[in-house]
Design a protein around this ligand. Structure first.
Ligand code: ACO
Ligand code: LMR
Length: 605
C-alpha cells in the first residue's frame, strides 16, 4: 500500500515566515486535538530572531526560525513535508535545494508563475526521487482530522461547517483552491465530508497530477469514493479514464470538467489558470466529460447537478454498507480573546506544587542523596541539559579554582574598599563583580572566541598571533601580572591535568598551548592564563558533548563563559567583604605618597 499523504503525526518545515497561514495551521491542530504542532520549524532567511511565538489554543508556543532549509531539516529530521511559500522568483531554488537535501516526502509549492521550463525540471527531479509535489500555484491539501496546509479550507468556522475537522469518505482532487473549498462544503452538505483532499494547482506543469492523487486515494482505506473536478485544457483526465478501464482504480469516481462554456466562444478561451485552455477538441471540457461518462465515471448533467450526484453515490455506498455513519468527534474551541505573553522562560517552572529546574523538581536535585551536584544544577539551569559526570566535575573544578586569588587582585580590592566605605554585602560584592572585565577574569569568552577562530580557520600558532596583532587586540587568555614560566600558575596546571585525564580530547587546549610556546618565548609572563585555559577547555567540553558551532557561538556571545568566573569569584568576594566586616575596618583612603600628582593650573580659553 502506498503511504498516506498525511497523518496526525506529520510535521512540516514552513519556508517563509507567513505568520497568519502558520497560525491557521496551528489553530486547526488545536481544534482537532493534535498533540504536536503541524509546523515543526520555519525557514526565514532574513529573520534576526531565533523563534516566533504562536497561539496554541489560548496558550502560546514557540516555533524555531532557521536561516536555511538545511539547518531546519537538521534540527527537525522528522519533518518530512516542505511547505514552500517562497515567491515565484525563489520557489524553484528552494525546492531544488530541499530535493538535494533529501528527507522530504511531500513538497507543496504555493507560488504562481514559476517559469514552465523550471517547473518541469523541478517536477521531474521530484518524481525521480519519489517525492510528491503539490503545486505550484496551489493552496495545498488537507487530510481532515490530521494535517492541513496553510489556508486551505479557509477560517476555522468554515472548516468546521465544511466538516474538514474530521475524516469523511470522499477523496477530493481539484485544480483550483477556491473551488476546492466550495466543493468541500457541497460534500459536507450532501455526504459525510472528505477523507483527503488536494488542490493540485492551476499552472500548466504541476507536480502531482490527478491520476497520482487518485491512485494514492485508491490505496487509502478511509477513502470510499472520489471526486475529481477537472477543467478545460490538457489531457490529464484521460489518464484517469485509462486507470478506470484497466481496473487500477476500482473505487467509484464522480467527475466534472468545468469550462463547458468555452464552446460558446468563437475561439479558444484562456480561463483563469495557466493550464485552462483547450488546444484540441479532446481537451475541451465537453469531450472530457463525455469520455469520462463512457468509462463508467459518475458525470453529472451540469455543475449544478453535481451535489445530487454526490448525494446519490454517497447514499448508494451507505446502503451497500461501504460507508458507515461517522461518530462526530468533540471539537476543541479557540478562546475568543487571546493575549500574547511578554516573558518567556525555558529553564524553570514554579507553577506546580514544586518548582523545577529544567524539568527536575528541586527536591530531586537538592539534597545529597539525589546524587546531583552543583555542577548538575548549573548544567540544568544554564544549558538546559544534564551533563555527564566528567563535564559537571570540570564545571565544579572551574568554580572552585577561580573562587579567590587573594586580596590584591582588582575585584577583591574593590569589594574590600566598598565594604570599608560602609556599604552592605550586596553592594560591596557587586562592586567587585563590576570589576570583572577583559583584563581581569572576564577574558574567558574572548579566549574561547579567538582561539576557536584561529583553530577552526587553520591558522598556525604564528599566523594566529599575527592575526591578533593586526586586529590590535592582546590575545585574551594570554599573559599574567605575576604568573610566568618561572612562577607557573598551579591553577592552570590543575585544570590541564583534569582535562587530560577526563576529556575525550582537548584539541583547542593543545592549540592554545602551541600559541603559548611562542608567546612565552618572547616574554615569559605571556602564559596561557587561567581565563584562557578555562575558555579553550569549555569549547573542548562542548564539542565533546556534541554541541555544534552555532550553539557554542551563542554561548560565547551571551557571555556564558565569563559567567563561570562570575559565579566562582562571588564566593571569594563575599569572603573578602565578610572579612572586612568581621575586622570592622575603617574607611579606606589611599595614601598621598602612592599617587603621582601631576596637576597644573588649567589654561583660560
Ligand atoms: N597578547 C599579546 N601580547 C601581550 C598580551 C597578550 N594577551 N599581554 C601582554 N602582552 C604584551 C604587551 O603587548 C606588552 O608588549 P611590549 O612589551 O612589547 O609592549 C607586554 O606583553 C607587556 O604588557 P603588559 O600589558 O604590561 O602586561 P601585563 O603583565 O601588565 O598584563 C594582562 C597582564 C593585563 C593580563 C595582559 O597580559 C592582558 O591584557 N592579557 C589579556 C587579558 C587576559 O587574559 N586577562 C586575564 C588575566 S587572568 C585573570 O584575570 C583571572
Ligand atoms: C585572579 O584570578 O584574580 C588572578 O589571576 C588575577 C591576578 O591579577 O592575579
Amino acid at each position: 500500500m502506498s503511504q498516506l499523504l498525511f497523518t496526525k503525526d506529520t510535521q512540516a518545515i514552513f519556508w517563509n515566515n507567513n505568520a497568519s497561514a502558520i497560525q491557521r495551521m496551528l489553530d486547526y491542530d488545536f481544534v482537532i486535538g493534535r498533540k504536536t504542532p503541524s509546523v515543526a520549524a520555519i525557514v526565514a532567511p532574513t529573520a534576526d530572531s531565533k523563534f516566533q511565538k504562536f497561539f496554541w489554543g489560548g496558550d502560546e508556543i514557540m516555533i524555531n526560525l532557521y536561516k536555511t532549509t538545511a539547518e531546519a531539516k537538521k534540527a527537525h529530521p522528522n519533518a518530512d513535508v516542505l511547505l514552500n511559500f517562497a515567491s515565484f522568483r525563489t520557489a524553484y531554488d528552494v525546492t531544488m535545494e530541499a530535493l538535494d537535501l533529501g528527507g522530504f516526502r511531500v513538497m507543496m509549492i504555493t507560488a504562481e508563475g514559476i517559469p514552465e521550463r523550471l517547473a518541469r525540471k523541478m517536477n521531474a527531479t521530484a518524481n525521480a526521487q519519489g517525492v510528491t509535489v503539490i503545486g505550484p500555484a496551489t493552496v495545498g491539501a488537507i487530510t481532515p482530522g490530521a494535517f492541513k496546509i496553510a489556508n486551505i479550507g479557509g477560517t476555522i468556522e468554515n472548516i468546521v461547517s465544511s466538516k474538514l475537522h474530521r475524516a469523511g469518505s470522499c477523496g477530493l482532487v481539484t485544480r483550483s483552491g477556491g473551488l476546492f473549498n466550495e466543493l468541500s462544503n457541497i460534500i459536507a452538505i450532501n455526504a459525510d465530508g472528505i477523507a483527503e483532499g488536494v488542490a493540485i494547482g492551476g499552472d500548466r506543469f504541476v507536480g502531482s497530477v490527478f491520476i497520482d492523487n487518485l491512485l494514492r486515494m485508491q490505496d487509502n482505506p478511509q477513502v470510499k469514493y472520489m471526486l475529481l473536478l477537472g477543467e478545460v485544457g490538457g489531457i490529464e483526465e484521460y489518464k484517469v479514464i485509462d486507470a478506470v478501464k484497466s481496473g487500477k482504480i476500482t473505487k467509484p469516481i464522480i467527475a466534472w470538467c468545468i469550462g463547458t462554456i468555452a464552446k460558446h466562444y468563437s475561439s479558444g478561451v484562456q480561463f483563469g489558470h495557466a493550464g485552462a485552455s483547450a488546444n484540441a477538441e479532446r481537451e475541451t471540457a465537453d469531450a472530457k466529460n463525455k469520455a469520462m461518462a463512457e468509462a463508467g465515471i459518475y458525470v453529472p448533467e451540469s455543475f449544478n447537478d453535481l451535489p445530487n450526484k454526490i448525494a446519490d453515490v454517497y447514499n448508494k455506498l451507505k446502503s451497500e454498507g461501504v460507508i458507515t455513519e461517522i461518530a462526530e468527534p468533540e471539537i476543541k474551541t479557540l478562546p475568543q480573546a487571546r493575549k500574547s505573553k511578554n516573558f518567556i522562560c525555558t529553564i524553570s517552572d514554579d507553577r506546580g506544587d514544586e518548582a523545577t529546574y529544567a524539568g527536575y523538581p528541586i527536591s530531586s536535585v537538592a539534597t545529597p542523596e539525589t546524587g546531583f551536584s552543583i555542577g548538575d544544577v548549573m548544567s540544568l539551569l544554564w544549558f538546559k541539559k544534564r551533563y555527564p559526570k566528567w563535564a559537571t566535575n570540570f564545571i565544579e573544578t572551574v568554580v572552585k579554582t577561580v573562587a579567590d586569588h587573594g586580596p590584591a587582585v582588582s575585584g577583591a580590592h574593590n569589594a574590600r574598599v566598598t565594604a570599608r566605605a560602609g556599604k552592605d554585602v550586596i553592594s560591596s560584592v557587586v562592586s567587585g563583580l563590576l570589576t570583572i572585565g577583559p583584563r581581569f577574569g572576564g577574558a574567558i569568552d574572548g579566549a574561547a572566541k579567538h582561539f576557536k577562530y584561529g583553530y577552526d580557520n587553520g591558522l598556525s600558532p604564528a599566523e594566529f598571533i599575527n592575526h591578533m596583532k593586526k586586529e590590535g587586540i592582546p590575545i585574551p587568555g594570554i599573559g599574567h601580572r605575576i604568573k610566568s614560566l618561572r612562577n607557573p600558575d598551579l591553577r592552570v596546571s590543575g585544570l590541564k591535568k583534569y582535562a587530560n585525564e577526563s576529556f575525550p580530547s582537548t584539541p583547542l587546549l593543545d592549540y592554545a598551548l602551541e600559541v603559548e610556546q611562542l608567546t612565552t618565548s618572547k616574554k615569559d609572563n605571556l602564559i596561557l592564563n587561567v581565563d584562557g585555559t578555562i575558555g579553550v577547555l569549555m569549547v573542548d567540553m562542548w564539542r565533546a558533548l556534541d554541541y555544534n558551532d552555532d550553539e557554542i557561538d551563542v554561548f560565547i556571545e551571551a557571555g556564558a563563559l565569563n559567567a563561570f568566573f562570575v559565579l566562582g569569584r562571588c564566593i571569594g568576594f563575599i569572603g573578602h567583604v565578610l572579612d572586612e566586616k568581621r575586622l570592622a575596618m575603617p574607611m579606606y583612603r589611599h595614601p598621598f605618597d602612592d599617587i603621582l600628582y601631576d596637576v597644573h593650573k588649567a589654561e583660560d580659553l
